[in-house]
Design a protein around this ligand. Structure first.
Ligand code: DAH
Length: 422
């Protein structure tokens, strides 16, 4: 759980021009607050914005939403979506809390209830989401997701509509150079929900898969990354579990020699629609992360580059076009280790350490590795050693500059966690 933090917190934090009270679970650092206004998915020419438009173009008749605030209640982020009380995502080591009643959304699913409540039957929603994480080339505490959903009226006409749509989509897919490894639409381990008509639920699961196979063709096939001209585009469906869907699925796409997991999806839990006050409807939803897909489509080697304001990065991209990123040069790494004893009773999660590093060094750190950890057999005190890899994406760092940053990291660790450096 949380770490004892000897240094006092400010009484309020300012986010998007408003003050919010802090409390003893506040863990949102300035480095994260500063990212909130940036909204990369709305920046013209940015790869994330191009990918978002590409996805939207696969769903031209859906509502396209993108301006919901990232500040949500834990209730909305978790409880409304049937997350159990002991779900690890709720912990302060995994999520950013402004205070006990307000957090940064950890996924776009958090907006399902309100969007259904508004009456939208088919919609896409793009937004920035926040998760505390370690530091490496493919994880960043802020990333972007697209959520999509479609609901049908749960009566004979609704069923006819889904079945006709399935026939239409199947015919279109049959003309494409795509090979799909499927799993059953429903099974014992991936069941129809209690209260759902099994025929309807299965047709909806089928509609979800067909619709997403088309999305994948749009993004990875013709008009997107161009797979399928010679080798077929390969897609595989996998049974999954999410608290807010059943049956549930994950999808992987074979791209550049590897299976890439791209999204989670399923038939929406009836509880979600009930909470939204939507009656007599049944439908599907999916959620996908933009960075992971954009990194492979545009050959972007490091997730920090999405946040770069360097013209050598930004000027390479044109809105609506998938192009290969040309690295401008890789500057040298500078490794610094820090070893320390923790005071008895103070715990420090790896994510706590990474937040300190990020706060002091920002994007100058490429990755952080824990290289040693032990407990003294006599005193029971814990010792940690972390190796920080400093490397700028834009310039060479001098050893002096890195030493200064490293000194600040060490002072912050002493201040915040009362560590004793070895
Ligand atoms: N919200 C999930 C995540 O961030 C992804 C997801 C899974 C979204 C299933 C959905 C869904 O809409 O039906 O991991």
């Amino acid at each position: 759980m949380s770490s004892a933090s000897p240094s006092p917190l400010p009484r309020t934090v300012e986010i998007l021009g408003r003050q919010y009270p802090t409390d003893d679970i506040t863990n949102i650092p300035p480095s994260i607050i500063s990212k909130i206004p940036l909204r990369l998915h709305t920046k013209p020419h940015h790869p994330l914005s191009t990918l978002r438009s590409l996805i939207e173009s696969a769903y031209p008749d859906f509502a396209h939403l993108s301006s919901l605030s990232p500040l949500v209640t834990p209730f909305k982020n978790f409880d409304e979506l049937s997350f159990p009380l002991d779900h690890p995502g709720r912990s302060v080591t995994d999520s950013y809390y402004i205070n006990k009643d307000l957090m940064l959304r950890t996924h776009t699913s958090t907006h399902e209830v309100e969007t259904f409540r508004k009456g939208d039957m088919k919609w896409l929603l793009t937004a920035d989401v926040y998760r505390r994480d370690e530091i490496d080339g493919s994880h960043y505490p802020v990333f972007h997701q697209v959520e999509g959903a479609k609901i049908f009226t749960a009566d004979a006409n609704g069923l006819k509509e889904v079945e006709e749509d399935n026939v239409r989509l199947e015919r279109l897919l049959a003309k494409e150079n795509i090979v799909i490894e499927d799993v059953p639409n429903v099974s014992k381990t991936n069941p129809v929900q209690e209260g759902h008509d099994p025929v309807f639920a299965e047709a909806v699961a089928r509609n979800l898969k067909l619709s997403l196979n088309h999305l994948i063709l749009r993004v990875f096939g013709r008009g997107g990354a161009g797979v399928g001209k010679e080798e077929p585009l390969r897609v595989r469906w996998i049974e999954a579990y999410f608290p807010f869907t059943s049956p549930s699925f994950e999808v992987e796409v074979f791209f550049q020699g590897k299976w890439l997991e791209i999204l989670g999806s399923g038939v929406v839990r009836q509880a979600t629609l009930d909470t939204a006050g939507v009656q007599n409807k049944i439908g599907w939803a999916f959620g996908l992360g933009l960075e992971r897909i954009a990194m492979v489509l545009f050959s972007i080697p490091d997730i920090r580059l999405f946040w770069s304001t360097d013209e050598r990065f930004l000027s390479q991209f044109e809105q609506g076009k998938i192009t290969t990123f040309k690295p401008y040069s890789k500057y040298p790494s500078c490794f610094k280790d820090v070893s320390f004893w923790l005071p008895r009773g103070v715990s420090l999660h790896d994510n706590d350490f990474c937040d300190v590093v990020r706060d002091v060094a920002g994007d100058l750190v490429e990755d952080v590795k824990k290289i040693d950890h032990f407990v003294h057999p006599k005193t029971n005190r814990m010792s940690n050693c972390f190796r920080i890899n400093y490397r700028s994406m834009d310039r060479s760092l001098s050893n002096e500059e890195v030493n200064d940053i490293q000194d600040s990291v060490v002072s912050r660790l002493k201040e915040q966690f009362a560590v004793e450096v070895r």
